[in-house]
Design a protein around this ligand. Structure first.
Ligand SMILES: Nc1ncnc2c1ncn2[C@@H]1O[C@H](COP(=O)(O)OP(=O)(O)OP(=O)(O)O)[C@@H](O)[C@H]1O
Length: 254
C-alpha cells in the first residue's frame, strides 16, 4: 500500500481551476518531486494535502485513511509535516524554542506539574531540550541555539524550518520550494541534506519546486504539473526529455 494516494483531486477558485483531476502516489521512504512552472498549481496541491484548503472533489488517502478536508492540526498529528514557501518561524523565539515547540506532543508532564515546577517537569524539559538539540545538530544549527530566529541568515532560517517540521516525527515531510532565495552552494548543500534526512529518518519526502534542475539530482520520481494538470510522471531522465515538459518550461533552462 502506498503511504499516500491521491485520486481525482479538483480545486477551483471562483472561475479559475487551479487543480484538475490530480492523481498522485508516494511510497514509504520515497523521495518524490512535484514540479511545474509558476502558477501551475503546486502550492494549491500542497495546501489541499495539508488541510489548508478543502478539495471540491477527490480523495487523499494517507496510510489508507481518507484525510481530504480534515483540519491542518489533525493532518499534522497523523504524520504529515510541512514547510512553507515563505518561511514561517516563531520569529521572536530562540532557535532552540522553535524546535522545542514542535516536540510539545512528547511532553511527559501535566499542566499542574509545569505550574508547580515538579521534578518530573524539570526531567521532562531536559529530555525535550536534548531532543531539540539533536535536531539542531543535524542541521548544523546547534551553535546558534540561543539566537533569536529572525536574526538568522535566510539559509539558516530555511534549515531551522525543516528541523522544526522534522521534530514532529512525520512519516511524510512536504517541502515547499525549500531552496527559494538560497545561493547555489546553499542549494546544493540543502539538496544533499534532504537526501540524507530521508535515509536517516526513513521517511517519505515530497519536494515541491519550481526549478526543475534542482529536483533532478535528488528525487527518485517526478510529477510535472502545468495549468493544474499532471502532464508527465516518471524517472528524472524521462522527465528531462519529455516533449510536453520542455514545452511547459519553454524559455527556461531545463
Ligand atoms: N487562494 C486563491 N484564490 C484565488 N486564486 C488562487 C488562490 N491560490 C492560488 N490561486 C490561483 O491558482 C493558480 C495556481 O496557483 P499556485 O500558487 O497553486 O501555483 P504554483 O504552481 O504554486 O505557483 P508558484 O510556483 O508561482 O508558487 C494560479 O493561477 C493562482 O493565481
Amino acid at each position: 500500500m502506498s503511504l499516500m494516494e491521491i485520486k481525482n483531486l479538483h480545486k477551483s477558485f471562483g472561475g479559475l481551476t487551479a487543480v484538475l483531476n490530480f492523481n498522485f502516489d508516494i511510497e514509504k521512504e520515497e523521495l518524490v518531486g512535484l514540479i511545474g512552472p509558476n502558477g501551475a498549481g503546486k502550492t494549491t496541491v500542497f495546501n489541499l494535502i495539508t488541510g489548508v484548503y478543502k478539495p471540491d472533489e477527490g480523495r487523499i488517502f494517507f496510510n489508507g485513511q481518507d484525510i481530504a478536508g480534515l483540519p491542518p492540526y489533525t493532518i499534522c498529528k497523523k504524520g504529515i509535516a510541512r514547510t512553507f514557501q515563505n518561511i514561517r518561524l516563531f520569529n521572536d523565539l530562540t532557535v532552540l524554542d522553535n524546535v522545542k515547540i514542535a516536540l510539545h506532543k512528547d511532553v511527559p508532564y501535566s499542566l499542574m506539574g509545569a505550574i508547580c515546577r515538579t521534578p518530573r517537569f524539570f526531567r521532562g524539559e531536559k529530555k525535550i531540550e536534548d531532543k531539540a538539540l539533536e535536531y539542531l545538530k543535524i542541521f548544523n544549527l546547534d551553535n546558534k541555539k540561543d539566537e533569536i530566529a529572525s536574526n538568522l541568515p535566510y539559509g539558516e532560517q530555511r534549515r531551522l524550518e525543516i528541523a522544526r517540521a522534522l521534530a514532529t516525527s512525520p512519516s511524510l515531510l512536504i517541502l515547499d520550494e525549500p531552496a527559494a532565495g538560497m545561493n547555489p552552494q546553499e542549494t546544493h548543500d540543502l539538496m544533499n541534506l534532504i537526501a540524507s534526512i530521508r535515509e536517516r529518518f526513513k521517511l517519505s519526502i515530497l519536494l515541491i519546486e519550481h526549478d526543475m534542475s534542482l529536483v533532478m539530482g535528488v528525487c527518485e520520481r517526478i510529477y510535472v504539473l502545468d495549468y493544474g494538470q499532471i502532464i508527465a510522471e516518471g524517472l528524472p531522465e524521462k522527465i528531462r526529455n519529455d516533449k510536453k515538459v520542455i514545452e511547459a518550461y519553454l524559455g527556461e533552462e531545463v
